[in-house]
Design a protein around this ligand. Structure first.
Ligand code: GCW
Length: 681
């Protein structure tokens, strides 16, 4: 299958001044080699300049073909004080001798090179300032771990994949191909430094990934990734001692089980020394875990952590643990509470090389959720934020939904973990970066949205979420708009008209999607299992703990003290803010409260009127996006234009289906007509 180079296509060139003819590599290493390759390629494509490559300054004198005056130096300063301090950090500055791109390590140099390339792609005014020495750029990654979690199965399918089949696996084999390298390059260009290649639901052949059958290909993948500064990780089956080792238990406190894992990890790391570690989904949605043996999650995680510690491995342990066999009649059990209830009592009990991976919200990647309260609670445990670039509940890469604005809100959420006076910097970004508690093992992960489709992400515009996740994880201070601008310019060239049309489409798309699907924090209302398209009661009488509790008087779930008590999991003043209907942020109102249809919102509208209006307006905006996009017909490649147009057309039609299903449901159940007299069925 063919594939594009996405935002690294270097197709459209603006005239940029690039006053260099030589690259000098001051130190070696595979990642540095890649960095130099990238710079040579970009200079050729974007500035029509052939850079001459030399190994050191001495060589410069010996080669007449290299004038050597206008040199870019790539290196890691030997003296500690002169070196950017963090792994992945870099500095770009002009000196007497030439332009210096210096890294804290080899990855830092690679990121510095990609930063420079990005400035070239976007024809940034900062280039001139760099060349003249007026500007020096220094960047250090916000998060130590910047990870992608692929939910790829060994048969080649992808759980919640919307961009074709896997390019890592087929027919229970690992694929090692040029495409893997192209993927690693894209990921590294935005700062990704860790990749889990297999689904967290580890079954069948995937359980055997940690056996010698797969070692040679795993090692090959680890090397391909390693050349771009990316660590390979695997998802693990907690039941492997039984399924692979023939034991009769997986009890983490059982000596035989512990010995199994130690021996296993010894084998795995001997064959794949560069492996970063493992991601584990345990006691969740049918996956085995420590609960079966009356043990807790610290027992489970620490046992694995001990087995990988000698090799510098990490265990990333997911907190997506809840009762998925709930009775819908039971109003006390609350899935939203589960993460906090299960993990808060274990704070401080996890080994140093364990990281808890926490989904952004307490439920499951809905179009809007409040931030999971676990971030506000845990103080002595390494934490990682998990978001979902794969658009499971946000339009499955058939609807446009640029997710960076959502992730920005999550990162910016003030937890008050530093105290109710609010004096401490204690946002989610402060926590997962490790700044607040001085942690090193932490960061951000996204469920990846890529697959074997030519354009990587099914919807061409969904690539902005892949790009944006990396950029945001590297620099959480970037705004959603800056990231969108960069992505548009890098992908489609610096064209003002393209920017004028695409930028608002991206930046408004999340709210548009929310408005015609499930506004005010209610969530769900999708068809069960595949999770696409409207079905208000799809999950209402099911076992998954995802209810809207609508009746003839009102809707929403009471999670206050009188209800499930969930609000108390937040620190003050957040807890009181959510507890009180008047102060609860309206976009989350129905998540926290059961609200009468005639309740007046701040806008003066009743709840029911808001629901009608939101769905009518959302569907209109989806149609308007399609119409706006048509203006780009002459400016995009015909194939690209058609691909995007077809999806926007589907979105526009499908948004009307959403509108009519949801509005009709609430009109019938409430009996309250639309004030504006529009058609409701
Ligand atoms: O949202 C649910 C998905 C499952 C997924 C699970 C998880 C990989 O519907 O497909 O399983 O979350 O995050 O583990």
């Amino acid at each position: 299958m063919e594939y594009t180079n996405a935002w690294l296509n270097y197709k459209t060139v603006d005239h940029i001044r690039f006053p260099f003819d030589t690259i000098c590599m001051e130190s070696g290493g595979t990642v540095m080699e890649r960095a130099a390759d990238e710079l040579v390629l970009a200079a050729e494509k974007l500035a029509k300049t052939a850079l001459c490559r030399i190994a050191d300054i001495a060589e410069m004198g010996r080669r007449s073909s290299c004038p050597g005056k206008n040199t870019i130096f790539l290196g890691i300063p030997k003296k500690r004080g002169e070196r950017p301090a963090d792994a992945g950090a870099f500095r770009i500055r002009m000196e007497e001798s030439g332009l210096h791109i210096q890294g804290g390590d080899e990855s830092g140099v690679l990121y510095g090179v990609f930063e420079l390339i990005r400035l070239m792609q976007t024809a940034s005014p900062n280039l001139a300032k760099l060349w003249s020495g007026k500007l020096a750029i220094e960047k250090s990654p916000s998060n130590p771990l910047r990870m992608l979690n692929h939910w790829d199965n060994l048969d080649g399918s992808i759980e919640r994949g919307y961009a074709g089949s896997s390019f890592f696996f087929a027919d229970d084999r690992i694929i090692v191909s040029e495409r893997t390298r192209a993927y690693a390059r894209l990921a590294a260009s935005v700062g990704i430094n860790a990749v889990v290649i297999n689904n967290v639901n580890v079954k069948n052949a995937a359980t055997r990934l940690i056996t010698e059958q797969y070692f040679p290909e795993l090692d090959a993948l680890a090397r391909i990734f390693g050349a771009y500064g990316i660590r390979l990780y695997l998802s693990l089956n907690f039941a492997a001692p039984m399924e692979l080792g023939g034991l009769d238990t997986c009890d983490p406190l059982d000596r035989k089980v512990q010995a199994f894992w130690k021996k296993k990890m010894h084998e795995v790391y001997a064959a794949v020394p560069e492996l970063g570690g493992f991601l584990v989904k345990a006691d969740s949605e049918g996956r085995p875990g420590p609960f079966t043996y009356g043990r807790n999650h610290a027992d489970g995680a620490n046992m694995l952590a001990e087995a990988v510690a000698p090799y510098g491995g990490r265990i990333i342990w997911r907190c997506f643990v809840y009762n998925c066999s709930q009775d819908w009649r039971d109003r006390k059990t609350d899935r939203a509470r589960a993460g906090y209830d299960n993990f808060m009592p274990l704070d401080g009990k996890f080994a140093d090389n364990v990281i808890l991976q926490i989904k952004n919200g307490p439920m499951d990647f809905q179009v809007r959720e409040q931030v999971a309260p676990l971030f506000s609670g845990l103080r002595a445990t390494n934490q990682m934020l998990e978001v979902q670039a794969a658009q499971e509940y946000t339009g499955q890469q058939r609807h446009l939904c640029y997710l960076i604005p959502m992730w920005k809100e999550v990162l910016g959420f003030k937890t008050y973990a530093g105290g109710a006076d609010g004096a401490t910097a204690d946002t989610v970004a402060d926590i997962v970066s490790g700044r607040l508690y001085g942690q090193k093992n932490c960061g951000m992960a996204a469920v990846a949205n890529t697959g074997a489709d030519e354009n990587w992400t099914g919807h061409d515009l969904a690539a902005a979420n892949f790009y944006g996740f990396g950029r945001l994880a590297f620099d959480t201070e970037l705004s959603a708009e800056e990231i969108a601008r960069e992505w548009i310019a890098c992908t489609y060239g610096n064209n003002a008209e393209i920017m004028r049309i695409l930028l608002p489409m991206l930046t408004e798309s999340w709210q548009i999607y929310e408005s015609y699907t499930s506004p005010l924090g209610i969530g769900w209302m999708v068809n069960p299992s595949h999770h696409y398209g409207p079905n208000v009661d799809g999950y209402e009488y099911d076992r998954w703990g995802t209810y809207h509790r609508s009746d003839c008087l009102g809707m929403g779930v009471d999670r206050t003290k009188k209800g499930t008590g969930y609000t108390a999991q937040y620190n003050e003043p957040n807890a009181s803010m959510y507890e009180n209907m008047e102060t609860c942020p309206e976009e989350l109102l129905l998540f926290f409260h059961h609200v009468p249809y005639r309740y007046r919102l701040k806008s003066g509208k009743t709840l029911i009127q808001h629901i009608y209006d939101s769905h009518f307006e959302g569907a209109m905006k989806a149609q308007a996006m399609l119409e706006r996009f048509e203006e780009l017909k002459e400016l995009l490649e015909p194939e690209v234009f058609e691909r995007i147009r077809a999806r926007l057309k589907h979105q526009s039609d499908h948004s009307k289906e959403w509108r009519d299903r949801v509005n009709t449901y609430y009109y019938r159940i409430s009996g309250i007509p639309d004030e504006k007299g529009r058609t409701i069925y």
